[in-house]
Design a protein around this ligand. Sequence first.
Ligand SMILES: [Zn+2]
Length: 400
Amino acid sequence: MKSRWDDVAAQSCPSALALRAYTSRLIGSDPTLVLYGGGNTSLKVDNTLYVKGTGSNLAEVREEHFTALDLDALRTLLHDPTLPDAALMRRIDGCKREPAAPKPSIETLLHAALPYAFVEHAHADAVLAVANVANCEAACASAFGDRAPVVPYRHSGAALARACKAVFERDASARTIGLILACHGVVAFGHTARASHDHLLRLVGLAEDYLERHGAPRPVATTETAVPADPAVTAGLCAAVSAAAGFPLAMKVVTTPTTLAYAQRSDLAEISQQGPPTPQHAIYTKRVPLIDDDVAAYARRYRDYLARTLGHAADGRIDAAPRIAVSPAFGLCAFGVNDHYAAVAAEIYLHDIDIMTRASAHGTYRSAAEQHIARAELEYGGFEQRVRAGIASPPATAPY
Ligand SMILES: [Zn+2]
Protein backbone atom coordinates (compact mmCIF):
# COMPACT_ATOMS: atom_id res chain seq x y z
CA MET A 1 0.00 0.00 0.00
CA LYS A 2 1.41 3.35 -1.02
CA SER A 3 2.25 5.69 1.84
CA ARG A 4 1.01 9.29 1.75
CA TRP A 5 3.61 10.33 4.32
CA ASP A 6 5.18 13.67 3.41
CA ASP A 7 8.48 14.47 5.14
CA VAL A 8 8.05 18.22 4.71
CA ALA A 9 4.55 18.17 6.22
CA ALA A 10 5.70 15.90 9.06
CA GLN A 11 8.74 18.04 9.87
CA SER A 12 6.64 21.18 9.94
CA CYS A 13 4.55 19.80 12.83
CA PRO A 14 5.49 21.89 15.90
CA SER A 15 4.73 19.17 18.48
CA ALA A 16 4.26 15.44 18.93
CA LEU A 17 0.51 16.04 19.16
CA ALA A 18 0.53 18.01 15.90
CA LEU A 19 2.39 15.10 14.27
CA ARG A 20 -0.19 12.72 15.79
CA ALA A 21 -2.97 14.80 14.23
CA TYR A 22 -1.14 14.84 10.87
CA THR A 23 -0.80 11.06 10.62
CA SER A 24 -4.38 10.64 11.84
CA ARG A 25 -5.52 12.76 8.88
CA LEU A 26 -3.47 10.57 6.54
CA ILE A 27 -5.44 7.56 7.76
CA GLY A 28 -8.76 9.36 7.79
CA SER A 29 -8.41 10.59 4.24
CA ASP A 30 -8.15 7.06 2.84
CA PRO A 31 -11.64 5.49 2.59
CA THR A 32 -10.14 1.98 2.30
CA LEU A 33 -8.87 2.45 5.89
CA VAL A 34 -11.78 4.19 7.64
CA LEU A 35 -15.15 5.62 6.65
CA TYR A 36 -17.21 8.42 8.18
CA GLY A 37 -15.99 8.75 11.72
CA GLY A 38 -14.64 5.22 12.02
CA GLY A 39 -11.25 4.52 13.60
CA ASN A 40 -9.30 6.37 16.26
CA THR A 41 -5.71 7.21 17.15
CA SER A 42 -3.65 8.15 20.20
CA LEU A 43 -0.36 9.43 21.53
CA LYS A 44 1.35 8.85 24.88
CA VAL A 45 3.69 11.45 26.35
CA ASP A 46 4.98 10.58 29.82
CA ASN A 47 1.88 9.87 31.91
CA THR A 48 -0.60 11.48 29.52
CA LEU A 49 -2.68 9.71 26.89
CA TYR A 50 -3.99 11.93 24.10
CA VAL A 51 -6.83 10.12 22.36
CA LYS A 52 -9.16 11.26 19.62
CA GLY A 53 -12.42 12.66 21.01
CA THR A 54 -15.70 11.06 19.98
CA GLY A 55 -17.55 12.60 17.09
CA SER A 56 -14.52 14.03 15.32
CA ASN A 57 -13.58 12.65 11.95
CA LEU A 58 -10.01 11.37 11.47
CA ALA A 59 -9.86 13.00 8.04
CA GLU A 60 -10.11 16.46 9.61
CA VAL A 61 -8.80 15.89 13.12
CA ARG A 62 -6.59 18.57 14.72
CA GLU A 63 -4.70 18.84 18.01
CA GLU A 64 -7.70 20.33 19.83
CA HIS A 65 -9.83 17.30 18.96
CA PHE A 66 -7.64 15.06 21.14
CA THR A 67 -8.43 14.64 24.82
CA ALA A 68 -5.61 14.42 27.38
CA LEU A 69 -6.10 11.82 30.13
CA ASP A 70 -4.17 10.46 33.11
CA LEU A 71 -2.62 7.27 31.71
CA ASP A 72 -1.87 5.55 35.04
CA ALA A 73 -5.41 6.16 36.25
CA LEU A 74 -6.84 4.72 33.01
CA ARG A 75 -4.70 1.60 33.31
CA THR A 76 -6.00 0.86 36.80
CA LEU A 77 -9.51 0.67 35.27
CA LEU A 78 -8.39 -2.24 33.12
CA HIS A 79 -7.92 -4.33 36.26
CA ASP A 80 -11.50 -4.04 37.50
CA PRO A 81 -13.78 -6.14 35.26
CA THR A 82 -16.65 -5.85 37.76
CA LEU A 83 -17.18 -2.15 37.06
CA PRO A 84 -20.50 -1.66 35.17
CA ASP A 85 -20.16 0.08 31.79
CA ALA A 86 -21.87 3.30 32.86
CA ALA A 87 -19.67 3.61 35.96
CA LEU A 88 -16.61 2.84 33.87
CA MET A 89 -17.44 5.59 31.39
CA ARG A 90 -17.77 8.06 34.28
CA ARG A 91 -14.41 6.91 35.66
CA ILE A 92 -12.79 7.35 32.21
CA ASP A 93 -14.30 10.81 31.99
CA GLY A 94 -12.84 11.52 35.42
CA CYS A 95 -9.34 10.81 34.05
CA LYS A 96 -9.51 13.85 31.73
CA ARG A 97 -6.88 16.50 32.39
CA GLU A 98 -9.37 19.19 31.35
CA PRO A 99 -13.03 18.60 32.28
CA ALA A 100 -14.23 20.59 29.25
CA ALA A 101 -12.20 18.48 26.78
CA PRO A 102 -14.16 16.35 24.25
CA LYS A 103 -15.53 13.01 25.41
CA PRO A 104 -12.68 10.58 24.67
CA SER A 105 -12.97 7.80 22.08
CA ILE A 106 -14.93 4.69 22.97
CA GLU A 107 -11.64 2.78 22.50
CA THR A 108 -9.71 4.89 25.06
CA LEU A 109 -8.85 1.89 27.26
CA LEU A 110 -7.54 -0.06 24.24
CA HIS A 111 -5.15 2.79 23.51
CA ALA A 112 -4.14 2.97 27.18
CA ALA A 113 -3.50 -0.78 27.35
CA LEU A 114 -0.84 -0.93 24.62
CA PRO A 115 2.75 0.02 25.57
CA TYR A 116 3.50 2.20 22.52
CA ALA A 117 3.66 5.97 22.10
CA PHE A 118 1.57 5.84 18.91
CA VAL A 119 -1.47 3.60 18.33
CA GLU A 120 -3.77 3.56 15.27
CA HIS A 121 -7.13 1.80 14.97
CA ALA A 122 -8.77 1.44 11.54
CA HIS A 123 -11.41 -0.66 9.77
CA ALA A 124 -9.24 -1.41 6.73
CA ASP A 125 -11.17 -3.11 3.90
CA ALA A 126 -8.38 -5.55 3.02
CA VAL A 127 -7.88 -6.68 6.63
CA LEU A 128 -11.62 -7.27 7.03
CA ALA A 129 -11.65 -9.21 3.74
CA VAL A 130 -8.99 -11.55 5.18
CA ALA A 131 -10.30 -11.88 8.73
CA ASN A 132 -14.11 -11.90 8.33
CA VAL A 133 -14.33 -15.57 7.40
CA ALA A 134 -15.33 -18.74 9.23
CA ASN A 135 -11.69 -19.82 9.46
CA CYS A 136 -10.50 -16.42 10.70
CA GLU A 137 -7.70 -17.78 12.90
CA ALA A 138 -6.12 -19.85 10.11
CA ALA A 139 -6.48 -17.11 7.49
CA CYS A 140 -4.95 -14.49 9.80
CA ALA A 141 -2.14 -16.81 10.89
CA SER A 142 -1.25 -17.27 7.24
CA ALA A 143 -1.65 -13.61 6.29
CA PHE A 144 -0.10 -11.89 9.32
CA GLY A 145 1.61 -14.54 11.47
CA ASP A 146 3.11 -13.04 14.62
CA ARG A 147 3.14 -9.59 12.98
CA ALA A 148 -0.44 -9.22 14.21
CA PRO A 149 -2.07 -11.81 16.49
CA VAL A 150 -5.87 -12.14 16.35
CA VAL A 151 -8.15 -10.81 19.09
CA PRO A 152 -11.57 -12.54 19.19
CA TYR A 153 -14.58 -10.25 18.73
CA ARG A 154 -15.41 -8.20 21.81
CA HIS A 155 -17.68 -5.19 22.16
CA SER A 156 -15.88 -1.84 21.86
CA GLY A 157 -14.74 -0.41 25.17
CA ALA A 158 -13.41 -2.21 28.23
CA ALA A 159 -14.09 -5.76 27.00
CA LEU A 160 -12.15 -5.18 23.78
CA ALA A 161 -9.34 -3.37 25.60
CA ARG A 162 -8.87 -6.24 28.07
CA ALA A 163 -8.95 -8.81 25.25
CA CYS A 164 -6.30 -6.83 23.30
CA LYS A 165 -4.10 -6.58 26.39
CA ALA A 166 -4.39 -10.32 27.07
CA VAL A 167 -3.60 -11.32 23.47
CA PHE A 168 -0.72 -8.84 23.26
CA GLU A 169 0.84 -10.11 26.50
CA ARG A 170 0.38 -13.75 25.47
CA ASP A 171 1.17 -13.72 21.74
CA ALA A 172 3.24 -10.64 20.83
CA SER A 173 6.83 -11.16 19.72
CA ALA A 174 9.60 -8.73 18.80
CA ARG A 175 8.16 -8.79 15.26
CA THR A 176 4.64 -7.79 16.31
CA ILE A 177 3.43 -4.48 14.85
CA GLY A 178 -0.32 -4.72 15.48
CA LEU A 179 -3.40 -6.76 16.30
CA ILE A 180 -6.24 -8.03 14.12
CA LEU A 181 -9.67 -7.46 15.68
CA ALA A 182 -11.94 -10.24 14.37
CA CYS A 183 -15.10 -8.91 12.67
CA HIS A 184 -14.05 -5.35 13.52
CA GLY A 185 -10.71 -4.04 12.18
CA VAL A 186 -7.03 -3.61 12.89
CA VAL A 187 -4.74 -1.94 15.44
CA ALA A 188 -1.17 -0.90 14.63
CA PHE A 189 1.41 0.65 16.93
CA GLY A 190 4.95 1.96 17.12
CA HIS A 191 7.32 4.04 19.18
CA THR A 192 7.33 6.83 16.57
CA ALA A 193 4.65 8.40 14.40
CA ARG A 194 6.34 7.17 11.23
CA ALA A 195 6.79 3.60 12.51
CA SER A 196 3.20 3.34 13.70
CA HIS A 197 1.83 4.69 10.40
CA ASP A 198 4.10 2.40 8.36
CA HIS A 199 3.01 -0.58 10.48
CA LEU A 200 -0.64 0.05 9.67
CA LEU A 201 0.13 0.20 5.96
CA ARG A 202 2.33 -2.90 6.28
CA LEU A 203 -0.55 -4.90 7.75
CA VAL A 204 -2.85 -3.74 4.97
CA GLY A 205 -0.15 -4.76 2.49
CA LEU A 206 0.09 -8.22 4.05
CA ALA A 207 -3.69 -8.52 3.77
CA GLU A 208 -3.58 -7.51 0.10
CA ASP A 209 -0.81 -10.06 -0.55
CA TYR A 210 -2.86 -12.82 1.10
CA LEU A 211 -5.97 -11.91 -0.91
CA GLU A 212 -3.97 -11.91 -4.15
CA ARG A 213 -2.53 -15.35 -3.32
CA HIS A 214 -5.99 -16.73 -2.54
CA GLY A 215 -7.86 -15.64 -5.63
CA ALA A 216 -9.38 -12.48 -4.17
CA PRO A 217 -7.54 -9.60 -5.85
CA ARG A 218 -8.77 -6.05 -5.63
CA PRO A 219 -11.61 -5.60 -8.17
CA VAL A 220 -10.56 -3.71 -11.27
CA ALA A 221 -12.41 -0.42 -11.55
CA THR A 222 -14.66 -0.58 -14.55
CA THR A 223 -15.62 2.31 -16.77
CA GLU A 224 -18.66 0.43 -18.06
CA THR A 225 -21.96 2.00 -17.35
CA ALA A 226 -25.19 0.15 -16.78
CA VAL A 227 -28.65 0.88 -18.08
CA PRO A 228 -30.25 3.23 -15.52
CA ALA A 229 -32.88 1.73 -13.26
CA ASP A 230 -36.56 2.46 -13.87
CA PRO A 231 -37.28 5.60 -11.77
CA ALA A 232 -40.82 4.42 -11.10
CA VAL A 233 -39.47 1.25 -9.46
CA THR A 234 -36.97 3.02 -7.23
CA ALA A 235 -39.41 5.83 -6.34
CA GLY A 236 -41.99 3.23 -5.30
CA LEU A 237 -39.41 1.50 -3.16
CA CYS A 238 -38.38 4.79 -1.53
CA ALA A 239 -42.02 5.50 -0.65
CA ALA A 240 -42.43 2.05 0.90
CA VAL A 241 -39.19 2.35 2.89
CA SER A 242 -40.16 5.83 4.13
CA ALA A 243 -43.57 4.52 5.21
CA ALA A 244 -41.88 1.71 7.15
CA ALA A 245 -39.52 4.20 8.82
CA GLY A 246 -42.35 6.57 9.71
CA PHE A 247 -40.59 9.58 8.17
CA PRO A 248 -39.35 10.57 4.69
CA LEU A 249 -36.00 9.17 3.57
CA ALA A 250 -33.78 10.38 0.75
CA MET A 251 -32.51 7.82 -1.75
CA LYS A 252 -29.25 7.26 -3.63
CA VAL A 253 -29.40 4.79 -6.53
CA VAL A 254 -26.14 3.15 -7.64
CA THR A 255 -26.73 1.11 -10.78
CA THR A 256 -23.33 -0.07 -11.95
CA PRO A 257 -21.85 -3.36 -13.23
CA THR A 258 -20.52 -3.94 -9.69
CA THR A 259 -23.83 -3.49 -7.88
CA LEU A 260 -25.77 -5.43 -10.52
CA ALA A 261 -23.28 -8.32 -10.36
CA TYR A 262 -23.55 -8.36 -6.55
CA ALA A 263 -27.36 -8.36 -6.75
CA GLN A 264 -27.22 -11.36 -9.06
CA ARG A 265 -24.87 -13.48 -6.95
CA SER A 266 -26.25 -16.97 -6.39
CA ASP A 267 -25.14 -16.76 -2.74
CA LEU A 268 -26.58 -13.27 -2.13
CA ALA A 269 -29.09 -14.55 0.45
CA GLU A 270 -26.24 -16.05 2.49
CA ILE A 271 -23.55 -13.40 2.37
CA SER A 272 -25.74 -10.30 2.45
CA GLN A 273 -27.66 -11.49 5.52
CA GLN A 274 -24.60 -12.20 7.66
CA GLY A 275 -24.17 -8.60 8.79
CA PRO A 276 -21.69 -5.78 8.17
CA PRO A 277 -17.90 -6.28 8.11
CA THR A 278 -17.51 -3.98 11.13
CA PRO A 279 -20.25 -2.93 13.57
CA GLN A 280 -19.79 0.82 12.93
CA HIS A 281 -21.15 0.39 9.37
CA ALA A 282 -24.51 -0.82 10.74
CA ILE A 283 -25.47 2.62 12.02
CA TYR A 284 -25.62 3.80 8.39
CA THR A 285 -26.62 0.59 6.56
CA LYS A 286 -28.61 -1.34 9.21
CA ARG A 287 -27.47 -4.88 9.95
CA VAL A 288 -28.63 -6.37 6.64
CA PRO A 289 -30.01 -5.10 3.30
CA LEU A 290 -33.42 -5.68 1.79
CA ILE A 291 -32.96 -8.21 -1.01
CA ASP A 292 -36.49 -9.25 -2.06
CA ASP A 293 -38.39 -5.93 -2.45
CA ASP A 294 -40.78 -6.90 0.38
CA VAL A 295 -40.36 -3.95 2.74
CA ALA A 296 -43.14 -5.03 5.11
CA ALA A 297 -41.60 -8.48 5.62
CA TYR A 298 -38.16 -6.88 6.15
CA ALA A 299 -39.59 -4.56 8.79
CA ARG A 300 -41.22 -7.50 10.61
CA ARG A 301 -37.93 -9.40 10.61
CA TYR A 302 -36.04 -6.33 11.78
CA ARG A 303 -38.45 -5.74 14.66
CA ASP A 304 -38.02 -9.40 15.66
CA TYR A 305 -34.23 -9.03 15.55
CA LEU A 306 -34.31 -5.88 17.69
CA ALA A 307 -36.66 -7.48 20.22
CA ARG A 308 -34.59 -10.68 20.30
CA THR A 309 -31.30 -8.88 20.87
CA LEU A 310 -32.21 -5.68 22.73
CA GLY A 311 -35.62 -6.29 24.30
CA HIS A 312 -37.36 -2.94 24.73
CA ALA A 313 -34.13 -0.91 24.66
CA ALA A 314 -34.54 -0.15 20.95
CA ASP A 315 -38.17 1.04 21.27
CA GLY A 316 -38.51 4.48 19.73
CA ARG A 317 -34.79 4.63 18.96
CA ILE A 318 -34.25 2.30 15.99
CA ASP A 319 -36.86 2.03 13.23
CA ALA A 320 -37.34 -1.18 11.26
CA ALA A 321 -36.95 0.18 7.72
CA PRO A 322 -33.97 -0.85 5.56
CA ARG A 323 -31.24 1.64 4.64
CA ILE A 324 -29.90 -0.56 1.83
CA ALA A 325 -31.82 -2.44 -0.87
CA VAL A 326 -30.22 -4.74 -3.42
CA SER A 327 -31.94 -5.98 -6.56
CA PRO A 328 -31.08 -7.07 -10.12
CA ALA A 329 -33.58 -4.37 -11.18
CA PHE A 330 -31.47 -1.44 -9.91
CA GLY A 331 -28.29 -2.74 -8.28
CA LEU A 332 -28.13 -0.75 -5.05
CA CYS A 333 -30.50 1.73 -3.42
CA ALA A 334 -29.38 3.45 -0.23
CA PHE A 335 -31.60 5.48 2.08
CA GLY A 336 -30.83 8.20 4.59
CA VAL A 337 -32.46 11.05 6.51
CA ASN A 338 -31.18 13.42 3.84
CA ASP A 339 -29.20 13.26 0.60
CA HIS A 340 -25.89 13.34 2.50
CA TYR A 341 -26.70 10.28 4.60
CA ALA A 342 -28.18 8.38 1.67
CA ALA A 343 -24.84 8.92 -0.12
CA VAL A 344 -22.91 7.89 3.01
CA ALA A 345 -24.90 4.64 3.28
CA ALA A 346 -24.30 3.94 -0.43
CA GLU A 347 -20.56 4.53 -0.16
CA ILE A 348 -20.23 2.36 2.93
CA TYR A 349 -22.19 -0.46 1.34
CA LEU A 350 -20.02 -0.31 -1.79
CA HIS A 351 -17.04 -0.97 0.51
CA ASP A 352 -19.01 -3.77 2.17
CA ILE A 353 -19.70 -5.34 -1.23
CA ASP A 354 -15.97 -5.28 -1.95
CA ILE A 355 -15.12 -6.82 1.45
CA MET A 356 -17.80 -9.53 1.26
CA THR A 357 -16.89 -10.39 -2.33
CA ARG A 358 -13.19 -10.75 -1.52
CA ALA A 359 -13.83 -12.66 1.74
CA SER A 360 -16.14 -15.05 -0.11
CA ALA A 361 -13.45 -15.72 -2.70
CA HIS A 362 -11.14 -17.33 -0.11
CA GLY A 363 -13.55 -18.44 2.65
CA THR A 364 -17.05 -18.22 4.09
CA TYR A 365 -17.90 -14.60 4.93
CA ARG A 366 -18.77 -13.90 8.56
CA SER A 367 -19.87 -10.86 10.56
CA ALA A 368 -20.03 -10.38 14.31
CA ALA A 369 -23.04 -12.09 15.93
CA GLU A 370 -26.37 -10.27 15.64
CA GLN A 371 -26.51 -9.28 19.33
CA HIS A 372 -23.20 -7.43 18.92
CA ILE A 373 -24.39 -5.57 15.83
CA ALA A 374 -27.66 -4.67 17.56
CA ARG A 375 -25.74 -3.26 20.51
CA ALA A 376 -23.62 -1.17 18.14
CA GLU A 377 -26.75 0.14 16.39
CA LEU A 378 -28.18 1.17 19.75
CA GLU A 379 -25.07 2.65 21.33
CA TYR A 380 -23.44 4.37 18.34
CA GLY A 381 -26.58 5.35 16.42
CA GLY A 382 -28.93 8.19 17.16
CA PHE A 383 -27.50 10.67 14.66
CA GLU A 384 -30.62 10.39 12.47
CA GLN A 385 -32.85 11.64 15.29
CA ARG A 386 -30.42 14.50 15.92
CA VAL A 387 -30.34 15.46 12.24
CA ARG A 388 -34.14 15.28 11.97
CA ALA A 389 -34.48 17.41 15.09
CA GLY A 390 -32.11 19.97 13.60
CA ILE A 391 -29.59 19.42 16.41
CA ALA A 392 -26.88 18.03 14.13
CA SER A 393 -26.12 18.77 10.53
CA PRO A 394 -23.75 16.85 8.24
CA PRO A 395 -21.26 15.59 8.84
CA ALA A 396 -22.52 14.10 12.10
CA THR A 397 -20.34 11.09 12.83
CA ALA A 398 -20.38 8.04 15.02
CA PRO A 399 -19.04 8.20 18.60
CA TYR A 400 -15.73 6.50 17.79
ZN1 LIG B 1 -13.41 0.30 15.47
